[in-house]
Design a protein around this ligand. Structure first.
Ligand SMILES: [Zn+2]
Length: 208
């Protein structure tokens, strides 16, 4: 069998690194790229380049942003004393679509997972704690209490992550709530429909 040209092998190798793409699918994608018009294939590579070069993490909440601070953090009409903690930017998008929340967010960039060797230092937990401490310190006597809404996924790992953060804030002047269990156990915030997510949000329970 004749050997594949090196650039094709390289493209297949790159596709095979994508999540959920096996060797066979990677080959199919590579041959698709070879088949389509040059402009079309280059549009894909340009889109990847643009997203990697122009999209960064917001310096406050770690949401994806084209600027130093994301549009949500820049929106002065939002309540900055409420911070909703989510695992990933897709969860933030899902919650924004419900329209029930007008505070800010904090994107953890994942969840604690011993299996994947993801520890607290791999997530944005330290900046979150600093954020909360800064807010508490800057509070005036008449300000409502700082509220942290834990919207990590209702999975073992999501719960462990929320529990870890709650422990770190033990004794601090902060109200902590957790999304209600409207979301089925093991389901993902990202894929939960708007009504269920709104209910889970509105019926959030205070964590003691
Ligand atoms: Zn932000």
């Amino acid at each position: 069998m004749p050997e594949l040209a090196q650039p094709i092998v390289r493209l297949i190798d790159e596709f095979a690194k994508l999540p959920g793409i096996g060797r066979k699918s990677a080959e199919r994608l590579a041959y698709y790229v070879l088949r389509v018009k040059t402009e079309e294939a280059l549009a894909l590579s340009d889109a990847i380049r643009a997203v990697k070069l122009n999209v960064h993490q917001c310096k406050n909440c770690y949401n994806l942003s084209e600027e130093d601070y994301c549009p949500i953090c820049q929106d002065k009409s939002r309540n900055e004393r409420q911070i909703c903690v989510v695992e990933q930017p897709q969860d933030l998008i899902a919650l924004e679509k419900t329209g029930v929340y007008h505070g800010l967010y904090h994107v953890l960039q994942g969840r604690l997972s011993p299996l994947d060797k993801t520890g607290p230092e791999d997530l944005t937990i330290a900046p979150l704690i600093q954020r909360v401490e800064r807010l508490i310190k800057q509070s005036s006597p008449n300000d409502p209490e700082v509220e942290l809404i834990m919207a990590t996924n209702p999975t073992v790992e999501g719960d462990a992550t929320a529990g870890h953060i709650v422990n770190l804030l033990n004794g601090k002047k902060v109200k902590i709530s957790r999304l209600a269990r409207g979301i089925a156990l093991g389901a993902m915030v990202e894929f939960t429909n708007r009504e269920v997510l709104s209910d889970a949000f509105n019926e959030r329970r205070i964590v003691e």
